[in-house]
Design a protein around this ligand. Structure first.
Ligand code: FES
Length: 128
């Protein structure tokens, strides 16, 4: 294992696109809903400018929220999770992401490239 500098700043948005098989007892956010929301948010965040324009928007597997309706979205750092209607809540989600990433950028941490990863590695190696 080795460190690399992360190519993005200000945080990561994780959008669940988990799709369980038909008949599963647990609901899922849905592959299409998650993928479409991610594609929209990525463009909207970049066009909106500010710190959110430099965050990373990714799809992910289950975030262990599994709403009956909607898509689970995590904002990192900060471990904030929201459930959104993938169509109706788009503007509200964009505003939330912009406010979150602006706050992360203003607080100044942990925005350094690979900073948390390096700190963790130091602790794992017993250097701290
Ligand atoms: S299926 Fe999306 S959070 Fe579990």
């Amino acid at each position: 294992m080795h460190d690399v500098d992360s190519p993005w700043q200000h945080g990561v948005v994780l959008i669940c696109n988990n799709q369980r098989p038909d008949g599963s007892p647990k609901p899922s956010c849905g592959r299409d809903a998650g993928n479409q929301l991610k594609a929209w948010l990525k463009i909207a965040a970049r066009e909106g400018g500010g710190a959110a324009a430099e965050c990373r928007v990714l799809t992910t597997s289950c975030l262990d929220v599994c709403p009956q309706h909607g898509v689970a979205v995590a904002l990192m750092p900060g471990n904030e999770v929201v459930v959104v209607d993938p169509q109706e809540d788009r503007d509200a989600l964009l505003a939330r992401v912009q406010a979150h990433m602006d706050a992360v950028a203003e607080q100044g941490a942990p925005t350094g490239p690979g900073r948390r990863g390096r700190g963790l590695l130091r602790r794992l190696r017993g250097a701290d």
